[in-house]
Design a protein around this ligand. Structure first.
Ligand SMILES: NC(=O)c1ccc[n+]([C@@H]2O[C@H](COP(=O)([O-])OP(=O)(O)OC[C@H]3O[C@@H](n4cnc5c(N)ncnc54)[C@H](O)[C@@H]3O)[C@@H](O)[C@H]2O)c1
Length: 347
């Protein structure tokens, strides 16, 4: 299959590109290379005959039309987005432009291409979204595909808007879409502004390990390569017009997650003195910080037979190994705008 993947130079998109190329799909990676994009994430596939890169912005409709016409994809996987909640608090405008307007342009470009080709049977537009659109859970319950949307940050509101557009293009124009909403990812090539890489890199540098609030916020952690595998499965086997929640079946508080990372680092790269956990520091909470996210994965498990392949302890150990072995990759990113700063505190 020839797949046009947007955001393929980002964290999750690059995992999807690497997996799709390794499975023999032809892949066109469309990415604007914002501060979060990194072509080094594609080094393992850069010379593969079934991989192509197109530097383009999803807000640029003319560029999208050219890329559809030139590459004639069988399917689209749309991951390009602004993705960092703290940045959305400081500067929501880009999130609306890219996540809402960019998705609108992608839908319109895909629809024009699909119509011009005579509505080919197998065409798919797969929209990749987040569980954050469902809002915040109390101690009990899980998000299902029918949980009402209740986004609470500019990031999640922009992703929720894009999800609504995708559903509307299916219902109104018949565009063949599938959708996924996924929990927190972690793993190799994670940009060093998100919690897991920040903790690993600060630990190694002897810096404080910042935990927002009291660390009691709960997330359902999913290894990024498991997510990529689930996304390709939904693209190929998912029912049209349907959404699938993807979770890791690994709920942890942020404090537990950081303590687990510290224990792994204590084992793999022991300090001369004490534990990395001694560096844990509690900092002012993020405004509107959602208390708990949890995914009910019944639909994807029962309809498509998918489950995550690793526990969070196994996935974090692999992740730590990867960061220890790939200092060249992350050192080159530490100078990028905003990395290492506390963002999103508001006034
Ligand atoms: N990271 C998570 O835990 C998580 C969880 C669930 C869903 N998601 C969703 O998955 C997708 C990918 O997330 P990620 O963590 O890999 O993000 P990321 O920030 O690592 O990567 C985003 C990529 O999109 C590109 N991009 C941004 N704006 C663009 C534009 N206007 N035109 C073209 N390209 C542009 C960037 O250059 C970058 O390569 C997003 O849609 C996100 O909402 C992420």
């Amino acid at each position: 299959m020839k797949i046009l993947i947007t955001g393929g130079a980002g964290f999750i998109g690059s995992a999807v590109v690497r997996l799709a190329v390794s499975r023999g799909h032809e892949v066109v990676n469309l990415d604007a290379l914002t501060y979060a994009g990194c072509l080094a994430n594609l080094d393992p596939v850069a010379d593969a005959p079934n991989y192509r890169f197109e530097k383009a912005d999803i807000r640029d409709r003319a560029a999208l039309d050219r890329i559809f016409a030139e590459h004639q994809p069988d399917a689209v996987m749309h991951l390009a987005a602004e993705s960092h909640v703290d940045r959305s608090i400081d500067g929501p405008g880009t999130f609306i432009e890219t996540n809402v307007m960019g998705t609108f342009h992608m839908l319109e470009a895909a629809r024009a291409y699909w119509l011009a080709k005579g509505k080919p049977e197998g065409f798919r537009f797969h929209h990749i979204s987040t569980d954050e659109v469902f809002g915040s859970l109390g101690e009990d319950g899980q998000f299902t595909e029918t949980t009402p949307y209740d986004p609470r940050s500019p990031y999640s509101a922009s992703k929720a808007s894009s999800d609504h557009l995708v559903r509307a293009w299916h219902e109104t124009y018949g565009l063949p879409v599938v959708m996924t909403n996924c929990s927190n990812n972690y793993g190799p090539y994670h940009f060093p502004e998100k919690l897991v890489p920040v903790v690993i890199l600060n630990a190694l540098a002897g810096k404080p390990l910042p935990i927002y609030g009291n660390g009691a916020n709960i997330r359902d952690w999913l290894y990024v390569e498991d997510h990529a595998d689930a996304l390709l499965l939904v693209l190929e086997k998912g029912q049209l017009g349907r959404s699938y929640n993807i979770g890791g079946e690994n709920e942890r508080t942020n404090l537990e997650l950081v303590q687990t990372l510290c224990a792994i680092l204590d084992d793999k790269r022991p300090k001369n003195d004490g534990s990395y956990a001694d560096q844990i520091t509690f900092v002012t909470d993020r405004p509107g910080h959602d208390a708990r996210y949890a995914i009910d994965p019944t639909r994807i498990r029962e309809e498509l037979g998918w489950r995550p392949s690793v526990t969070v302890e196994e996935g974090l150990a692999k992740t730590v190994d990867w960061y220890l072995d790939n200092a060249d990759w992350w050192q080159a990113l530490l100078d990028r705008d905003g990395v290492g700063e506390r963002l999103g505190k508001t006034a």
